[in-house]
Design a protein around this ligand. Structure first.
Ligand SMILES: [Ca+2]
Ligand SMILES: [Ca+2]
Length: 370
């Protein structure tokens, strides 16, 4: 296959301003601060100093006046509003110690992170003489379907900082299809509208996101974002113990509250405090500021479950799979019902597009159009 023409690896200041004016979101957190470091002169910058007031991040409409600014608690009731949530965090440019802390509420809108484009290595391989354990993309637990390791070049895109919540799904569809829905209590924890929506099929996701002008991430985009520059087994490191505090898995807490049983692998060494899914953002974010890319609920990706040597579309890396050959769409990231091995960055799962289960949710993405 001919090498695709390289998309822009870093958005320019001009790009950022154009996207911002078109109603897309900007977030500065971790490595993203680099991508947004030129944003100090964003139009409507009068709101930038508000980020610290009240201890919570302000959001506003870039290009609008200060009175147009919203905050993270502003309910979003119309699909168009999902596009105008702008995160102002130019403080990250000035104060590297400032940490973005969004105050999430059940009515919180989508928060999109600008994922800078770039080249990365998709997948994993077993250790060998040239690539011993500890080398990038080397994973003794990998299955054959996670390779061969392949370099993929991606254009910048937006990805939700959190899994889509039950509240967001309900606002846009009028329904909450979740098996473990808001109001119920399991393992001593009350499920709220801030918990991730689940029991949604790939087809449901396509329909709902389509109405909002959003998409599911491609498998390549998902892994690139989940790795956030790392080549380790999990974004937290090569040892599963590094997941403590960073992931909600099938853990000792779940076992003590009734999970487990024959044939169910549980990380008994771990205590994450949740039997089922946790409210989104309860665990540490990765280097891109994304929460729950390891665990909580599995996340649908856009692609058919195809082999890595099949060609991909330049820009977003969507795999070109002859549909007759496969029946499943890709699922990534592991969940509260699975052990650490399923939450590896390279781990691939799949399901038929009409299936929806209590372990399975989504993370919306947004295309950056020229
Ligand atoms: Ca758990
Ligand atoms: Ca997840």
């Amino acid at each position: 296959m001919a090498a695709p023409s390289a998309p822009p690896l870093r958005p320019s200041r001009r790009d950022l301003l154009r996207w911002a004016a078109a109603g897309t979101a900007l977030v500065a957190a971790g490595p993203i601060a680099t991508a947004c470091s030129s944003s100090a002169a964003l139009p409507g910058g009068a709101t930038s100093g508000a980020a610290r007031r009240g201890g919570r991040l302000r959001v506003g409409i870039v290009g609008g006046s200060a009175k147009d600014s919203l905050d993270a608690h502003t309910p979003v009731t119309h699909p168009d509003e999902a596009r105008v949530i702008q995160l102002y965090d130019t403080l990250a440019t000035y104060d590297t110690n400032f940490r973005v802390q969004l105050a999430l509420a059940e009515e919180t809108a989508f928060v999109f992170v600008l994922i800078p484009g770039g080249a990365f290595r998709l997948g994993a391989m077993r250790p060998n003489d040239r690539n011993p354990e500890g080398s990038p993309n080397v994973d003794p637990q990998t299955s054959g379907e996670e390779g061969p390791v392949k370099e993929v070049v991606l254009a910048p895109f937006f990805l939700s900082k959190y899994e889509m919540t039950q509240g967001q799904w309900r606002r846009f569809t009028g329904k909450n299809p979740s098996q473990y829905g808001a109001g119920a209590t399991f393992g001593g924890k009350k499920i709220s509208l801030l918990n991730p929506v689940e029991q949604v099929s790939w087809e449901d996701c396509q329909e709902v996101l389509g109405h909002l002008g959003l998409v599911l991430p491609t498998e390549a985009q998902w892994e690139y974002a989940a790795r956030a520059g790392t080549g380790t087994v999990w974004w937290t490191g090569d040892k599963k113990e590094t997941l403590q505090g960073a992931a909600n898995l099938a853990d000792g807490f779940a076992r003590r509250n009734g999970a487990g049983g024959a044939g169910w692998t549980v990380e008994d060494w771990m205590d994450d405090g949740y039997l089922l899914h946790a409210p989104v953002g309860s665990f540490k974010p990765n280097g891109f500021g994304l929460h729950d890319v390891a665990g909580n609920v599995h996340e649908w990706c856009r692609d058919w479950y195809g082999e890595y040597d099949m060609p991909v579309r330049p820009g977003d890396g969507e795999r070109r799979v002859p549909v007759r050959e496969v029946q499943d769409r890709v699922i990534r990231g592991g969940s509260y019902g699975k052990p650490a091995v399923s939450a590896r960055s390279a781990y691939r799962g799949g399901s038929t597009p009409g299936y929806g289960g209590g372990l399975l949710g989504l993370r919306p993405a947004m295309v950056i159009t020229k």
